[in-house]
Design a protein around this ligand. Structure first.
Ligand SMILES: Cc1cc2nc3c(=O)[nH]c(=O)nc-3n(C[C@H](O)[C@H](O)[C@H](O)COP(=O)(O)OP(=O)(O)OC[C@H]3O[C@@H](n4cnc5c(N)ncnc54)[C@H](O)[C@@H]3O)c2cc1C
Length: 468
C-alpha cells in the first residue's frame, strides 16, 4: 500500500486558487454527506477535503496535484452506490462530479447523447425524451449520476431486454490519476481498433480514471408498456416459470421476483396494499412492444405459461395509477428493506436456469445460521438480490455471522456458474470475497493494469481489490 500524505493547508490554498473557494469544502459538517453511500453496512468516513471541479481541466489539475503530493482521491457521483465505492476509506480528497452536469449534445441523426458525468439519470431521461429519443436503462435510482452508472456498469430491471450500462457506452473522456486526459471510442457503433479502453473503464469503479464525458447510444421509445403481476404458491414455482416465459420470445423488458416477506415489508413501510398479497411469491413482469395489441397478446401468453407452472392468478392493472403503484413498490423495496433491518445487500448473478437452485441453497444457509435472508431480484437476468436481516439478533451476533453467511452465499453462486456481483460492484464492502470468483492470476493481472493507470495508487485506493 502506498504511503499517503495528509491534506495540508498549502494544498487547500492551492486548490482554492484552482477551483474557487466555494468549490473546496473543508468543514466537517458540510463534508458529512460525502462520507457514506447507500450500502447498509460501512461506517461513514469523513474526507479531509471535498472538491467540486466544473470541467475536465479542473479535474486534471486536482488529480495532478494529488498525484504529486500523494493524496488519495475518491471520485463521487450521486452517492447511491451499494458497495461503499464512493466512501473515502483512506481519507484524502473526495472529488465530486456534481457540478459537471451538462448535457453537451443530443445527436438526433446518430441517436446519441454526449453528457458530463454528473447528469442525473432523471434529467437524462427528460432531455432525450423531449427530443423523441429514449435511454432505455432504469438502474434503480434516478438520483444516481450517469457517470456513477458507467463507473459501476449499473444494470437494473430492464437488463432482460436491453442489457446493462456498458451496452450503451460508445465513448468516454477520462482523466488519469496523473492528470493526463484520454479520449476513447466515439460516435461509432462498431470498433475493432486495438484494445477497447472504453469498456475497460466501464465498471472500473473509479479506480483507473475519472470519467469526465460520456457518449451514449439511444433508441426510439417503445409504443406501449404493460405491467403484469403474478402470485405463486411458492418461490420455487415462481422462479421455475422464468425460463419458460422467456422461451416464448415475448417482449419482456423486465421480470422481477419477490417473496412474501418483501411484499409485507414494502406494504408496511409505504402504507399500501398490493393485490393477492396473501400469497407466498410473485413475479412482476414489464412487457413492451410497438402497440397495445402486441403487448396484450404477449401478456396473455405469459399468463398461460405461468398458469401451467402453478400460478394462482394473473393481475394486469387497468389504470396508470395501479400500474404505477406496482412499479413503485418494486422501486422502493430496497429503502424499505434497509429501514426494516437489512444489514447487507448481496447481488449475486447466476445463469438464469440456476436461480431456483441458488435460492434453495441460500434458504438452507439462512436456516443453518438462523439469519433471515429476504430474496428479491431481477429474475429475468439471473441477478438475485439477497438482504440478510439483523432482526432478532444483537449487533455482536449478526456481525459474527454475516461474513460467514456471505462467504457461503458467494460460494454457492460461483459453484452454479455465477459470480459475486451482477451490477452493484465490489467497492470496499465486497472486495474480500473477490478470490471466490477470480483466480490469483486474474487479480494479479488487474493489479498490473491498475499500476499502469495509477502508478502511485492514489485513485480510489482500497476498492475492488487490495494492492498486490
Ligand atoms: C434504491 C436504490 C436502488 C438501486 N437499484 C439499482 C439497480 O437496480 N441496479 C443497479 O445496478 N444499481 C442499483 N442501485 C445502486 C446505484 O444506484 C448504482 O450503483 C449507481 O450506478 C451508482 O451511481 P452514483 O452516481 O450514485 O455513484 P456513487 O455511489 O457516487 O459511486 C459509485 C462508484 O462509482 C465511482 N464513480 C462515480 N462517478 C465517477 C466518475 N465520474 N468517474 C469515475 N468513477 C466514478 C465511485 O468512485 C464509486 O466507486 C440502487 C441504489 C439504490 C439506493
Amino acid at each position: 500500500m502506498s504511503e499517503f500524505k495528509p491534506v495540508t493547508s498549502h494544498v487547500v490554498k492551492k486548490l482554492r486558487l484552482l477551483l474557487g473557494k466555494e468549490n473546496v469544502l473543508t468543514q466537517q459538517e458540510e463534508m458529512k454527506p460525502y462520507s457514506y453511500d447507500e450500502a447498509p453496512l460501512p461506517k461513514p468516513h469523513i474526507p479531509e477535503l471535498v472538491v467540486k471541479p466544473r470541467d475536465t481541466t479542473e479535474v486534471a489539475k486536482v488529480l495532478a496535484l494529488a498525484n504529486e503530493v500523494r493524496i488519495p482521491v475518491t471520485p463521487r457521483g450521486g452517492g447511491t452506490g451499494l458497495s461503499g465505492g464512493a466512501i473515502p476509506i483512506l481519507g484524502g480528497i473526495v472529488l465530486s462530479l456534481e457540478k459537471m452536469n451538462r448535457i453537451k449534445e443530443i445527436d438526433e441523426d446518430n441517436f446519441m447523447v454526449v453528457v458530463e458525468p454528473g447528469v442525473l439519470l432523471k434529467d437524462l431521461y427528460q432531455a432525450v425524451e423531449s427530443r423523441g429519443l429514449y435511454y432505455p436503462l432504469y438502474t434503480g435510482e434516478k438520483s444516481a449520476h450517469i457517470g456513477g452508472n458507467v463507473a459501476t456498469n449499473a444494470g437494473g430491471m430492464r437488463a432482460v431486454k436491453y442489457g446493462v450500462t456498458r451496452n450503451f457506452v460508445l465513448g468516454l473522456e477520462a482523466v488519469l490519476p496523473t492528470g493526463q486526459v484520454v479520449r476513447t471510442g466515439g460516435k461509432f457503433v462498431k470498433c475493432s481498433t486495438a484494445y477497447d479502453l472504453t469498456q475497460l473503464l466501464v465498471g472500473s469503479e473509479g479506480t483507473l480514471a475519472v470519467i469526465t464525458e460520456i457518449t451514449l447510444r439511444l433508441i426510439t421509445p417503445p409504443g406501449w408498456q404493460e405491467v403484469i403481476f403474478i402470485p405463486f404458491p411458492g418461490l420455487h414455482q415462481a422462479i421455475k416459470a422464468v425460463p419458460e416465459i422467456l422461451k416464448q420470445a415475448v417482449p419482456v423488458m423486465g421480470l422481477e421476483f419477490l417473496e412474501k416477506d418483501a411484499i409485507d415489508i414494502v406494504e408496511k413501510d409505504l402504507g399500501l396494499e398490493l393485490p393477492f398479497h396473501e400469497h407466498d411469491a410473485f413475479l412482476l413482469g414489464i412487457l413492451e412492444g410497438n402497440s397495445k395489441e402486441e403487448v396484450y397478446q404477449a401478456a396473455t401468453r405469459v399468463a398461460e405459461v405461468c398458469t401451467k407452472n402453478g400460478a394462482i392468478d394473473v393481475y394486469i392493472p387497468m389504470s396508470a395509477r395501479a400500474r404505477r403503484k406496482l412499479l413503485e413498490a418494486r422501486e422502493k423495496l430496497y429503502p424499505a428493506l434497509k429501514r426494516t433491518g437489512a444489514i447487507e445487500v448481496i447481488d449475486v448473478v447466476v445463469p438464469r436456469s440456476q436461480i431456483a437452485n441458488f435460492v434453495a441453497m441460500v434458504k438452507d444457509i439462512s436456516q443453518r445460521y438462523g439469519m433471515p435472508i429476504v430474496a428479491t431480484g431481477h429474475a429475468g437476468d439471473g441477478n438475485v438480490h439477497l438482504q440478510p436481516m439483523g432482526r432478532g439478533m444483537d449487533g455482536g451476533e449478526w456481525a459474527t455471522k454475516l461474513p460467514r453467511v456471505m462467504e457461503e452465499v458467494y460460494r454457492a453462486g460461483v459453484s452454479l456458474g455465477g459470480t459475486i456481483s451482477g451490477e452493484h460492484g465490489l467497492g470496499f464492502e465486497k472486495k474480500k470475497y473477490l478470490e471466490i470468483a477470480m483466480s490469483r492470476e486474474q487479480i494479479d493481472l488487474m493489479a498490473r493494469l491498475k499500476r499502469a493507470f495509477d502508478p502511485n495508487y492514489i485513485l480510489n485506493p482500497g476498492k475492488i481489490f487490495d494492492e498486490g
